[in-house]
Design a protein around this ligand. Structure first.
Ligand code: GLU
Length: 545
């Protein structure tokens, strides 16, 4: 009995790997093109970290004229949830991080290197497991789960490293005849990798993000094919990234310590290992402590949360790239209207310890992103969000012509309004522009001037003598100054500040009274524009209320 015969006994009807090698040839891409992927498990929860990784991978691929593809890793059949692939595909699409190749629905894919879902690749993995076995680099293992438990317990009791290696690797030392006999007798088995490594030797890896890292060599005979016939993550990773011709494995740094094993698998199989780039998790400042953004504790870890809040996807994407490369912020200042894709992204500028994710900063970025939208776009996106989450807002937006005027206030100019960070802010932001909503306001806080009679006097005089709907902005403002002067207030704030004793207040206080009467609030976008949109009748009605 030799290894070839043993491999034939175990895998009688799998194809020779030459079949797959031909079917999935080297990609025809420009020199230096990066082929990379996002390879999530379909567990029904899209984590913001997944978007972050995908964005980095996609930026790197596009920069080099390469490929970014989506592969679904569903070999752990216990963890699967319904529609999880669809959720992943849609999230990438919504955030404009869509791959160029790979899964596009639960069952379909595009691209020449599929299937891009591991559960459909069983024959391929078995062909490569057979190929490893033929060379004596894999062997069947008949240890039962109970054997494994006993072994681990013995190792722990003896205070030595747990695992299947060296003298503990019982089946490694069976003769080929013994192995064949057990197979023929129908004994259940799994397939293990025969590691040539030694724990006392070191291996140095040059990670694309972390830099040089040193680890002990791998000496574990890890499982490559499980009892259900499917591969383990490690083996599937080697086979898939080899056949899909991945050049860069960009993934979460929880896998960093597996690199010695992965490099060894590639080497033993005789394939070129990809470049590894390990991304540190997104962090959060929790009362002064920096910790990982947690699926359990932090709602903002879930991608769905941004949809619920109505933070536009392009704002989230812009913020993610902001924390991925700190040089982005400056670049953005100089390239206000450029596409994110034009930014010269660098994997090796990503944080080694984990970028800090801050909702307040995200909202600041979102405010700027939304400030660049046209009123039409704000209307459309706001309405789409409202239809899903806020019926009252849908009602407010019913009259599109009027809504566009409201949303157009201080928009499309040099210094557009920056008061909307998310669609869930919208109702609160525009409600006072609607009669029924305005009439619900019961408390008016006028600021410095609080005397009721004085307020009435100001408003009365304004309506009777100074308000004219035809006035342009300058005339309108000059008239506010005239009004201030007639009532004994300072025309200019400067004047007032020079001698505060001399006046009861200044033109700003007067305009606040008018602003509050018209909107119910002291801070609003441009009041002149607001008055134009409200129209003469409504302005007069509110001022004389
Ligand atoms: N399925 C693995 C995960 O979700 C992928 C790791 C990789 O990108 O290789 O963590």
């Amino acid at each position: 009995m030799n290894y070839k015969e043993l491999a034939n006994l175990i895998f009688p009807d799998v194809k020779d790997i030459s079949y797959y090698e031909e079917m999935y040839p080297e990609r025809n891409l420009p020199e230096g093109a990066v082929v990379t992927r996002f390879a999530p498990s379909p567990t029904g929860y899209v984590h913001i970290g997944g978007l972050y990784q995908s964005l980095a991978a996609k930026m790197e691929a596009e920069k080099t004229g390469g490929v970014f593809f989506l592969r679904i890793e569903d070999t752990d059949q216990k963890r699967l949830t319904e529609n999880a692939v669809t959720d992943i595909v849609n999230s990438l699409k919504v955030f404009e991080i869509a791959p160029t190749e790979g899964m596009i629905s639960e069952t379909e894919w595009t691209g020449d290197y599929g299937p891009y879902i591991q559960s459909k690749r069983g024959d391929i993995y078995r062909a490569y497991a057979k190929y490893m076995m033929e060379q004596g680099k894999a062997y069947p293992c008949f240890c039962t789960p109970e054997d494994d438990e006993k072994r681990t317990a013995a190792q722990l009791a003896a205070k030595i490293r747990p695992g299947y290696y060296s003298v503990w690797a019982k089946c490694r030392n069976l003769t080929l005849e013994e192995m064949a006999e057990k197979i023929k007798a129908g004994e259940p088995y799994i397939v293990r990798f025969k590691s040539p490594g030694r724990e006392d030797r070191k291996i140095q890896i040059s990670d694309g993000i972390k830099g040089k890292v040193t680890f002990p060599e791998n000496d574990l005979d890890i499982v490559i094919i499980k009892s259900d016939g499917l591969p383990t993550y490690h083996f599937a990773h080697m086979v898939d990234d080899h056949l899909m011709r991945t050049t860069h494995v960009i993934r979460s740094d929880e896998w960093l310590s597996s690199v010695p094993l992965h490099v060894q698998l590639f080497k033993e199989a005789g394939f070129k290992a990809p470049k590894y780039c390990h991304i540190a998790p997104i962090m959060k400042n929790d009362n002064g402590n920096k910790r990982k953004l947690s699926k359990r504790k932090d709602p903002e870890a879930a991608v769905s949360y941004y949809d619920e809040l109505g933070v536009p996807p392009d704002a989230v994407k812009e913020y993610l790239i902001n924390i991925a490369n700190s040089t982005f912020e400056n670049w953005r200042k100089q390239n206000k209207d450029a596409k994110i894709e034009d930014f010269d992204f660098h994997l090796n500028k990503m944080s080694v310890s984990g970028a800090l994710f801050d909702m307040v900063k995200l909202f600041d970025v979102a405010k700027i992103v939304i400030s660049r939208y046209t009123a039409e776009k704000v209307y459309n996106e706001g309405l789409t969000w409202a239809k899903k989450y806020d019926e009252e807002l849908v009602k407010l937006l019913e009259n599109k012509e009027y809504a566009l005027k409201v949303l157009g206030i201080e928009r499309g100019n040099q210094k557009p309004r920056k008061d909307i960070a998310k669609w869930s802010d919208l109702k609160e932001n525009i409600s006072y522009m609607y009669k029924e909503e305005f009439d619900k306001i019961s408390e008016f806080n006028y600021g410095t001037i609080s005397d009721k009679d004085e307020i009435s006097k100001i408003l009365k005089l304004y309506v009777e003598k100074y308000y004219n709907k035809e006035d342009d902005k300058q005339t309108w403002f000059d008239k506010l100054k005239d009004l201030a002067e007639e009532l004994g207030y300072a025309r200019e704030v400067k004047e007032y500040k020079a001698d505060p004793e001399k006046w009861p207040g200044h033109v700003g206080d007067i305009s606040t009274v008018i602003r509050v009467s018209l909107t119910g609030r002291q801070n609003t976008p441009d009041l002149h524009e607001i008055m134009n949109v409200l129209g003469e009748d409504e302005v007069k009605r509110r001022l004389s209320k």
